[in-house]
Design a protein around this ligand. Structure first.
Ligand code: ZN
Length: 319
């Protein structure tokens, strides 16, 4: 989630832009058939949208999204040189390819950020730009904090991954008053030499917007940011996470962006721009939608969410 509370949102959460309505119409058409394996993502379009996707930005994100026509549930999974030669899904072959591999999990925001707005509002260098250190994240209408959600899912995810024999590092466990800043979150993944990094979030947009989406790094270069080497493997990681998340949770891809694919490419997130390791964000649902909130506040659903993310990571690593 991008803004919140103490800092003025760039646009009222309740406003629905023409772009948003366009997405909703496209998504309504696409969501019934466009499911777990978005492939052949031809025709990239650059659009300006005003949703609250993502975590570490403070203004309407610029989103590079695939055309909705690029979904084809019947096609073979997209392959590339960076795609491990395995099929998505859980694969319990413990050791082997997972031995010695490291996963960094980044629980979005921090429950203490609300009390430290002056600290988290300070700008940091994200290579391509300067942005706020961190943001508070959103909450459900009943007050369940995104930062509580992200930490809970991250801990569940760690348990699942460690049972597979993976080394897991969390960027924080709310064991510090605020933060870390987005540049430090990226650095933790880089310095750990992570084989995969996942930043866990939930969105905070208006009622009726539902579903999950995975945010992939765009190709950017500027200052310390250079994502050329991680764009392809991050896409592979993100596609696997998206498809497995849909399978374990039963959730649909977001109906308000991503053209029904559950995938969005962004060039404005410091946590992605500064990463040198394959990395994605996942927005697990919309905390401001009553139906999604009922899922996000359920421990049983959060376990399914963690399982889906874990299965995607394990598949990506060839396990
Ligand atoms: Zn967030």
């Amino acid at each position: 989630m991008r803004y919140d509370d103490s800092t003025p949102a760039p646009e009222p959460a309740s406003s629905v832009s023409p772009e948003r309505r366009w997405f909703a119409r496209r998504s309504a058409l696409a969501v019934g058939t466009a499911v777990l394996a978005p492939t052949a993502l031809a025709g990239w379009v650059l659009v300006q949208v005003t949703t609250g996707a993502g975590a570490d930005d403070a203004r309407p994100p610029r989103i590079v999204m695939p055309a909705a026509s690029g979904t084809d549930a019947s096609a073979a999974p997209q392959t590339s040189a960076a795609t491990p030669p395995t099929t998505p899904g859980p694969s319990a072959s413990a050791k082997g390819p997972l031995a010695g591999r490291t996963v960094v999990i980044d629980p979005g925001h921090n429950t203490g950020n609300f009390k430290h707005t002056s600290e988290i509002d300070q700008k940091v260098d994200i290579g391509t730009n300067r942005k706020e250190c961190d943001t508070t994240g959103t909450t459900t209408n009943s007050g369940y904090m995104e930062a509580e959600f992200t930490l809970d899912v991250s801990r569940r995810l760690r348990t699942v991954l460690e049972a597979k024999g993976l080394k897991v590092v969390l960027t924080h466990e709310a064991d510090r008053p605020w933060g870390p800043c987005i540049n430090e979150r990226a650095r933790i993944g880089n310095e750990a030499g992570a084989d995969a990094v996942v930043s866990v979030h939930a969105d905070g947009v208006s009622e009726g917007n539902r579903g999950y989406h995975v945010i992939l790094p765009a190709k950017v270069k500027g200052g310390a940011a250079d994502t050329a080497k991680i764009v392809e493997p991050s896409r592979s990681l993100g596609e696997r996470i998206a498809s497995n998340f849909a399978r374990t949770t039963g959730s649909a891809p977001a109906n308000y962006l991503g053209g029904g694919t559950g995938l969005v490419v962004r060039d404005d997130l410091g946590g992605l721009n500064l990463s040198t390791r394959p990395k994605v964000f996942i927005e697990c649902g919309n905390m401001r939608d009553a139906k999604d909130a009922a899922l996000l506040t359920s421990p049983q659903w959060r376990q399914k969410a963690a399982q889906g993310i874990a299965d995607g990571i394990v598949g990506f690593l060839g396990g």
